[in-house]
Design a protein. Structure first.
Lengths: 267, 267
């Protein structure tokens, strides 16, 4: 229970998605506002698809709205409404946070990869020069692939059943980061410094493992983007073999500071 | 300080206006929600004019938005976005509360006159058969004029410096309520049962009286729509002469139940 004093001068942020009832962001954001004394509140926004474009059009004129967090299924639709985008958002054609600048311009960014990498770095796992196995080339996978390439992994292997999606991501990453060597499966001498599941496998009702844990090395850090359960069958199997793990909620937690930093840039 | 627990399933209402920082409605509404256990919150919405139409377009698709309260200067612009309007809202071409029905239709009403009349009735002042002096034929004046005519005043005198505005309101009220006799100044035998200031005179910095108090009768109830100060110079002068008074805040207070009733109709 958060003590909030909403007045006529309170700034109003949103989290946009559909469905929206399950999101935890209002509680996290409003606790942050109460703790820091920010006169701001975040409320949920469940829009039917036809409302997305008019909402962002209105947001340009919404003088007490610092911005909007965006979740499934509107990250691409929100990107299409931006005036300006971060490098990663432009690469992905998607954004998960939109700031309204005082002149009404909408500036988007995507923090999934940032949160993921921040959590890894915080546990002392270097990305530069590493061999990185990415499983899944959808929205989350592409965001993480771009972020770890940007941070200078040596080799990136991307597993993805949809070959067109996989090859498109690999080609675009090679173009953007010529020093990163990209593979559609791990070469023989691949070191598996980090393995990342960016598929839905491991969610409740999806018990299959995305990759055989026994093929990983004894020093592999095994990570997952699935938010619930925190410890997926993949992570549990890795832990059983004595490997270090990083959960989906840890990645989400790592994102919050980037979201706040984007919505409320230092003057 | 209101204790609010905003989650992903909380309903979100707005108060739209510009400027908006001065409004008290968020505190009043959110205290009501906390008291009644409604999982709903009201937040301020300061829109530049070009944002009004897209906002209401988005609101039609905003599945967790029960509706929006509207204040200066957007009561007419909001009316233009409605799918359906109350009789009084249609008469005035303005609304101060818009409900979003589950099918996305926007239904508007105007409660200024309702709140005013409710407060009068609550203090035992009958409107039916009375002689009513209305000073000012702007938005608030027209709303009150329509409401007291609907409630069967016998004679209505409307004072307004803008003669076109005055005569338009008088003509339209006569058309809508043929039994009410309308005047552009009080006839000799006018009883002044109620006098209402619906002009900005009496706001801070506007000390002039809208009407000479000595022309009113000893039984006149003197009322004002100015919200701040609560007791205007006009009301103070009336009170000094021993007349009963009704303040602007009392009218606003009378409106809240109508606003809630419109936003959350009984099933």
């Amino acid at each position: 229970m958060v003590h909030i004093d909403i007045s006529g001068s309170t700034s109003v942020c949103f989290i946009l998605g559909k469905p929206i009832a399950q999101v935890k962001t209002p509680a996290v954001f409003n606790a942050w506002a109460a703790r820091t004394g920010a006169d701001a509140v975040l409320v949920p926004l469940a829009l039917a698809e036809t409302g997305v474009k008019p909402f962002f059009q209105a947001m340009g004129d919404w003088e007490n709205c610092p911005g909007c967090i965006v979740t499934y299924p509107y990250k691409q639709a929100a990107y299409a409404c931006l005036h300006e985008a971060s490098e990663t958002a432009a690469f992905l054609g998607a954004c998960n946070v939109v700031r309204r600048d005082p002149d009404g311009r909408l500036v988007g960014a995507i923090t999934d990869g940032l949160g993921y990498a921040k959590a890894l770095v915080a546990r002392g796992v270097p990305l530069e020069g590493s061999d990185f196995l990415l499983i899944g080339a959808g929205g989350a996978g592409a965001a993480i692939g771009h972020e770890v390439a940007r941070r200078g992994v040596a080799r990136l292997a991307v597993l993805e059943l949809d070959e067109t999606r996989r090859d498109t991501l690999l080609r675009r990453l090679e173009e953007a980061f010529p020093t990163v060597r990209c593979f559609c499966e791990p070469p023989k001498d691949f070191r598996f410094d980090v393995a990342c599941n960016a598929t839905p496998l491991g969610m409740h009702g999806e018990p299959r493992l995305p990759f055989p844990v026994e093929r990983l090395g004894p020093a592999t850090v095994v990570t997952d983007v699935v938010p619930d359960p925190a410890v997926t069958p993949f992570l549990a199997a890795a832990r059983d073999r004595g490997l270090r793990i990083q959960t989906g909620p840890e990645m989400v937690e790592g994102q919050f500071a980037f979201v706040i930093g984007h919505l409320f840039p230092a003057p």
